[in-house]
Ligand binder design. Structure first.
Ligand code: SF4
Ligand code: SF4
Ligand code: FES
Length: 225
């Protein structure tokens, strides 16, 4: 594989042919935030949080799916890039449910971590929120799609790693949704109870069904009159 020279944030670096901008940056210790991307899964460029500036390109490019080319000049943290990433996170949070204090994944939520890194403060946008009833009919998985950011990591993980193909995407635009078959609850005969999708979900949208006695202590909300 041929060697390719690129300039990232003013430093000349080398990578190999076929490498993405994200991989070249990571190999040289430069951190670019990602949400829909995972190295084990096919990149789909769904979230745009990984955008970078490339000299000569009219628009920002998604680093997780754009290969490096000889002589490319890349800026991973320019003011334009940082502002764009911030707006993307603000929009995701604006349509999010906002119940982080009650969420099992609050301390490990990737969306929250990226929001904190980008110093996202109070919402500037008024966006319609998505509300779905919690799906807890499956014996294995609880789905709270109100917290889903449509990164499709669960869809790809189930397809590509488990080869079970349980999930798909249905509807369009704002109504897009991760569904099972024709938008039915997860069927225990289809799902192989492997937890792979849960481990790939960056938010609290997917979690394991709690067995009796596993309830988190102190989680109950007591409202006194
Ligand atoms: S638990 Fe495994 S088989 Fe079931 S939906 Fe998730 S990834 Fe697919
Ligand atoms: S359920 Fe989780 S992994 Fe699946 S698309 Fe939504 S946020 Fe991503
Ligand atoms: S991480 Fe690159 S588009 Fe989502």
């Amino acid at each position: 594989m041929g060697e390719i020279t690129v300039t990232i944030n003013g430093s000349q670096l080398s990578g190999s042919e076929g490498m993405t901008i994200l991989e070249a940056a990571q190999e040289n210790g430069i951190d670019i935030p990602t949400l829909c991307h995972r190295p084990e899964l096919t990149p789909i460029g769904a979230c745009r949080i990984c955008v970078v500036e490339v000299e000569g390109s009219r628009t920002l490019v998604g680093s997780c799916h754009t290969p490096i080319t000889q002589g490319m000049v890349i800026y991973t943290h320019s003011p334009k890039v940082l502002e764009t990433r911030k707006v993307i996170v603000e929009l995701l949070l604006a349509s999010h449910c906002g119940s982080c204090f009650m969420c099992d994944k609050a301390n490990v939520c990737e969306l929250r971590r990226i929001a904190a890194d980008l110093e996202v403060g109070l919402p500037r946008f008024r966006v319609r929120k998505r509300y779905y009833p919690i799906e807890d009919v499956s014996p294995y998985i609880v789905r709270d799609l109100t917290k889903c950011i449509l990164c499709r990591r669960c869809v790809r993980a189930c397809n590509e790693i488990k080869k079970a193909r349980v999930f798909g995407i249905a509807y369009r635009g704002f109504d897009s949704k991760v569904v099972v078959d024709f938008d039915q609850p997860i069927d225990k005969d289809v799902c192989q109870d492997c937890d792979v999708c849960i481990s790939f979900c960056p938010t609290g949208a997917l979690s394991r069904v709690k067995k009796l006695g596993e309830e988190k202590k102190g989680k109950a909300l007591v409202i006194s009159s």
